[in-house]
Design a protein around this ligand. Structure first.
Ligand SMILES: Cc1cc2nc3c(=O)[nH]c(=O)nc-3n(C[C@H](O)[C@H](O)[C@H](O)COP(=O)(O)O)c2cc1C
Length: 350
């Protein structure tokens, strides 16, 4: 058994977090991770407040363990409404990214915890100053949005500068990785791609198989997928998009879809765009339009298995994934490997 500051802080048994993944982290996947001893996080960026409440209650019907939600704060009013619902529902953990949290005191008031996610050392320091209980530090290997610095470089730098527990993300799939993260100063790891490749994950079988066949070199980084630097599975369409220009027609169709999905009028949708412009990360307005365009393609991949048009965010770690275990099998395996690795390394001490 491995006890860390993370397991103590959140009251879970194992130092493993399910990374929030838009579309992928269904209530079933979240609850499976919690029931296997990890910390499951529900991504809510695509959810209306009503859906957020429904999913939170579904998770509670499937597990009595602590869990969390993840929200992108650049979504402005949409993010505010989701966080309000999560606070009303007293969700144990609120995980945010891309923005400044305004809700920390409200979460602490009911005994909840707040985790900031960042890919920059300076933002990790800021999250600690603002009162976060823990931070997720994401390295360049990660699926979806990340920056240049790798996990191996970022983690020890952040660990030497902050006091709050660190959850390391980007590139984890097994127990050797977990043992390494603990050695580098983390209290847990967060896995996205690896959990997307489990039996419980709703990712379409076609994309699961493409990932399993892929090597560590079969992902591609571009800001063309949804306007922000992101890593996706390398396919003919992602390679073409990475070389191409701004997808105007897709952006219009996607903008309409997002507006409808989030139940916004055009005025509110534009407001969200301006909020992004004013955010700390300095995302320009067109990021929203590109996100809208990318959104269409993500659902095509995840739900329809459309390998010609769909985009699937995936990390370099696909190179070390070769099976589709259940969540419980995966977590048990990672823990057993981590314990064996720590024992083996300790035995090297003369
Ligand atoms: C399909 C997919 C969707 C994602 N959506 C989100 C999201 O909505 N919010 C977020 O903060 N991160 C999102 N991520 C990134 C993960 O939270 C996490 O940072 C990343 O998967 C960690 O790296 P790994 O894939 O190497 O484990 C997504 C990742 C994937 C694979």
């Amino acid at each position: 058994m491995i006890k860390t500051r993370m397991t103590e802080l959140f009251g879970c048994k194992r130092p493993i977090m399910l990374a929030g993944m838009n579309w992928v982290t269904t209530p079933e996947l979240v609850a499976s991770v919690c029931n296997a001893g990890g910390l499951g996080i529900l991504a809510t960026a695509r959810c209306t407040p009503e859906e957020t409440r429904k999913y939170i209650r579904e998770i509670r019907s499937l597990t009595d363990k602590p869990f969390g939600i993840n929200q992108l704060l650049i979504l402005g009013q949409v993010a505010k409404d989701t966080i309000d619902v999560a606070v009303e529902e007293k969700v144990p953990v609120i995980n945010y990214t891309l923005g400044k949290p305004w809700f920390i005191d409200r979460v602490h008031a009911y005994g909840g915890k707040v985790i900031g996610t960042t890919a920059f050392v300076k933002h990790a320091l800021k999250a600690e100053q603002l009162g976060c209980d823990a931070i997720v530090v994401t390295g360049a290997e990660a699926a979806a949005h990340g920056e240049e610095a790798t996990t191996l470089v970022m983690l020890p730098i952040v660990a030497s500068k902050v006091k709050i527990p660190i959850i390391s993300a980007g590139g984890y799939s097994d127990g050797r990785g977990l043992a390494a993260a603990l050695a580098l100063g983390a209290s847990a790891v967060s896995m996205g791609t690896r959990f997307a490749l489990t039996k419980e994950s709703i990712v379409h079988e076609a994309f699961k198989q493409l990932c399993l066949q892929g090597s560590e070199n079969d992902t591609i980084v571009s800001d063309k997928f949804d306007g922000m630097r992101g890593r996706a599975l390398k396919t003919p369409v992602t390679e073409k998009m990475a070389k191409g220009g701004f997808p105007v027609a897709d952006a219009f169709r996607g903008a309409y879809d997002i507006k409808t999905m989030l139940n916004l009028n055009w005025f509110q949708f534009m407001g969200m765009g301006f909020k992004m412009m004013a955010s700390d990360e300095d995302h320009p307005m067109w990021v929203l339009a590109r996100q809208a365009a990318g959104n269409l393609r993500h659902t095509k991949a995840l739900y329809n298995g459309d390998t010609k048009e769909g985009i699937f965010f995936a990390g370099q770690v696909i190179g070390s994934c070769s099976d589709l275990p259940t969540v419980a099998e995966l977590i048990d395996r990672v823990m057993a490997e981590a314990e064996a690795t720590i024992r083996k390394n300790n035995s090297m001490l003369a």
